[in-house]
Design a protein around this ligand. Structure first.
Ligand code: TRP
Length: 333
């Protein structure tokens, strides 16, 4: 890793399998940024503790997500790739930064309000504090850029506020991170309701395609995809959300731009569009699925790779924390 490269941090929660929407909108960017930036990528298992998740499920999801990300192209030789809870400094800095985040600021987070409304039986303090832990993730590594989707913009703003507050109360310590707009910004919508975002929490499993779905399931889901009543294949997200969504997915998986995608379907019907998109997705996911299976067949190897990543992350995290403790006046040996 060269010192002159700008540093990027991102993390994904291990809350279950990822959809092709996550793949297109987030993972592809993470993979693409590896050459240009000095990247740190984490599986954010501590964040997942804010929901009621069974230990066996958390463990399974963590390994599964790590394997998917590696199979999709996150290269632990190029980037620092690790599991958040294996680097204890995340929790430590999280605590410190709690004392630099205002209650009123955290209370204004719209994701907190949404999540509390969705699970009123478990509005735990961790859920409230979630964005502060996220700030710790980012600030721990003197991150320059954080690739963020719309839903995380407010959290990144809070991270910046916290960093600036710490720097001005103590002395310049943290780099103030900036959002970076993803190169591939396409949003993927539900196949069964193209006005909604594709999400694995959709009650209709035909609405989303998981990266690990079997080819026959993928084919079926696309066959059922909601379109509209006329028969023109054009890209017009507002008037034709279903067709436009299929074109977006096609363009991502076929690796061609939108103009070229539209051209390829000139004079064709919806049935042809659906099977062609399904085939492109099946083919595009095949190497990921195969890579995933190989990695999961050697759990010890996978655990070792993650441990090496955590060791590399710890090296940076330790240096940050020793500065932080000193600035705070915490007595160290
Ligand atoms: N909260 C993010 C999400 O659910 C995951 C995350 C945790 C994250 N820590 C982060 C993203 C730090 C960016 C930077 O999508």
């Amino acid at each position: 890793m060269e010192e002159c490269k700008k540093r990027v941090f991102s993390a994904i929660q291990p809350t279950g399998s990822i959809t092709i929407g996550n793949y297109i909108g987030a993972v592809r960017n993470m993979v693409a940024m590896q050459d240009e930036y000095d990247c740190l990528y984490a599986v954010a298992d501590l964040h997942s503790l804010t929901v009621d998740i069974a230990p066996a499920a958390l463990r399974k999801n963590t390994l599964e997500l790590a394997a998917i990300l590696m199979a999709a192209g996150i290269d632990p030789e190029k980037s620092v790739f690790f599991v958040q809870s294996q680097v204890h400094e995340h929790a430590e800095l999280g605590w410190v930064l709690n004392c630099y985040a205002q209650f009123g600021e955290a209370r204004r987070m719209t994701q907190f309000k949404d999540k509390s409304a969705k699970a009123p039986e478990n509005v735990n303090v961790g859920l409230f504090d979630y964005p502060v832990l996220m700030a710790a993730d980012i600030l721990l590594y003197m991150t320059d850029y954080v690739p963020v989707g719309k839903d995380q913009v407010q959290h990144l703003e809070l991270s910046r506020t916290i960093a600036e507050r710490f720097n001005s109360r103590n002395s310049p310590t943290f780099k103030v991170p900036e959002a970076i707009l993803p190169k591939f910004g396409q949003k993927v919508r539900s196949l069964s309701d193209p006005t909604a975002k594709m999400s694995k929490s959709d009650s209709d499993p035909n609405g989303y395609v998981l990266v690990l779905d079997r080819p026959e399931d993928i084919a079926r889901k696309f066959k059922r995809a909601v379109t509209d009543s006329d028969s023109k294949i054009i890209y017009a997200p507002d008037e034709k959300p279903g067709i436009s969504n299929l074109l977006t997915i096609y363009s991502a998986f076929a690796g061609v731009d939108m103009d070229e995608s539209v051209k390829r379907f000139e004079g064709r019907d919806y049935a042809y569009l659906k099977t062609t998109v399904a085939d492109a997705v099946i083919e595009g996911l095949r190497p990921i699925r195969e890579g995933y299976e190989k990695l999961m067949a050697d759990k010890d190897g996978l655990l070792k790779t993650l441990a090496v990543g955590a060791e590399k992350a710890s090296y940076i995290a330790r240096r940050t924390m020793s500065k932080v403790w000193r600035k705070l006046g915490c007595v160290r040996p």
